[in-house]
Design a protein around this ligand. Structure first.
Ligand SMILES: NCc1[nH]cc(CCC(=O)O)c1CC(=O)O
Length: 343
């Protein structure tokens, strides 16, 4: 070891991630692309468990869940122990500290949500589930949209990483009939065969989370070296679509705890080639699924700034349609929960 000569005098690129299997698989994707683009650099992967991984009991929506996943890794990035962090974009707060930025966004996996039915049941879709079936999901975005469409289903929290959740579903004594999970996570883990059906606006009737299926790379805003490395590996189509989604969410001040669903789609020419026209479908729904507003808009997007502006305009449209009063009630509800928590 001592005689091994480093191929470069530059310091290694230190990549931070969480410890879950999904986080590691996603980090390997990023590391592999960086090696391909910059073979002369060295890369180190540091996987850490975070507070979000360790705390499985407190309901996710009771505090700022996004900050929970990212805070500890961000502190290491800030002080230089890490050079970049690989996140599921959906878990990244829409507002980063000024010293941090998104260096790039990687190509998106299937962004849809998926229904995963317990293997001992024959049901092939949500519509086939009997009255009172228990759906495991901790996402109010998923449960609120589904309550609206399938009022006879029941919803229960399910925590832990993807593997843990599937084990809870498969447990013969378990309470869940089915789970809702991101198709992207299952696919990256090589478990797409667990998907019973896909849920999107056209088929399952629900819209996915902002940034779902994409990987966001967080860097120090002033680190030109790492930003240059990342400029060779991102995907500009995914970046613009996701920046528009994040701008929508930021404008509506939604976090994990606010049921905002979205779908973005680049209009294709001749069935395949992307054009610069982006379609966005977006929705805000009350926690009980009783009230909702939704819209669909499309616009030509030629820069990240235009993407940002588009998201803002779609949010304004939702507000015009009445999103404000739904969001107001949700925030009120959250405040009451927090006050009870203090007591
Ligand atoms: N909140 C957990 C989380 N964060 C990212 C993914 C899946 C991968 C992705 O959406 O990019 C998941 C699991 C899930 O929602 O099923």
């Amino acid at each position: 070891m001592a005689t091994q000569v480093a191929s470069t005098t530059q310091r290694p690129v230190r990549i931070g991630t969480r410890k879950s299997m999904l986080a590691r698989v996603q980090t390997d994707i990023v590391c592999k692309e960086l090696r391909k683009a910059w073979p002369d650099r060295q890369y180190e992967i540091h996987a850490m468990s975070t507070m979000g991984d360790n705390n499985q009991t407190t309901a996710l929506h009771e505090f700022n869940a996004k900050a929970l996943w990212t805070h500890e890794l961000e502190a290491l990035l800030e002080n230089g122990d890490l050079d970049l962090i690989v996140h599921s974009l959906k878990d990244m707060p829409t507002q980063l500290p000024p010293s941090m930025s998104i260096g790039c966004i990687f190509p998106r996996e299937d962004p849809r949500d998926a229904l995963v039915v317990k293997p001992t049941f024959p049901y092939k879709s949500l519509a086939q589930l009997p009255e009172g079936s228990v759906i495991g999901t901790s996402s109010v975005r998923r449960s609120a949209q589904l309550k609206r469409l399938y009022p006879t289903l029941k919803f229960a929290d399910v925590r832990g990483n993807v593997g843990t959740r599937l084990a809870k579903l498969d447990n013969p004594e378990g309470e869940y009939t089915a789970l809702i999970l991101a198709a992207a996570g299952l696919s990256r883990l090589g478990m797409s065969d667990r998907i019973t059906s896909y849920l999107d606006k056209a088929t399952g009737g629900i819209l996915h989370a902002v940034g779902q299926g994409a990987l966001g790379i967080e860097v120090r805003s002033d680190d030109e070296d790492v930003k240059k490395l990342l400029s060779a590996v991102g995907c500009e189509w995914t970046t613009r679509a996701c920046l528009a989604e994040r701008s929508l969410m930021r404008t509506l001040e939604g976090g994990c705890s606010v049921p905002i669903g979205v779908e973005t789609e680049w209009v294709r020419k001749n069935g395949s080639e992307f054009t610069e026209t982006l379609i966005m479908r977006a929705l805000v729904v009350s926690l009980d699924g009783q009230r909702h507003v939704e819209t669909e808009m499309q616009r030509r997007i030629t820069s990240r700034e235009e993407a940002d502006e588009f998201g803002w305009d779609v949010a304004r449209k939702l507000v015009e349609l009445g999103a404000e009063s739904i969001l107001h009630d949700i925030n009120l509800n959250r405040k009451i929960i927090e006050e009870q928590g203090d007591a």
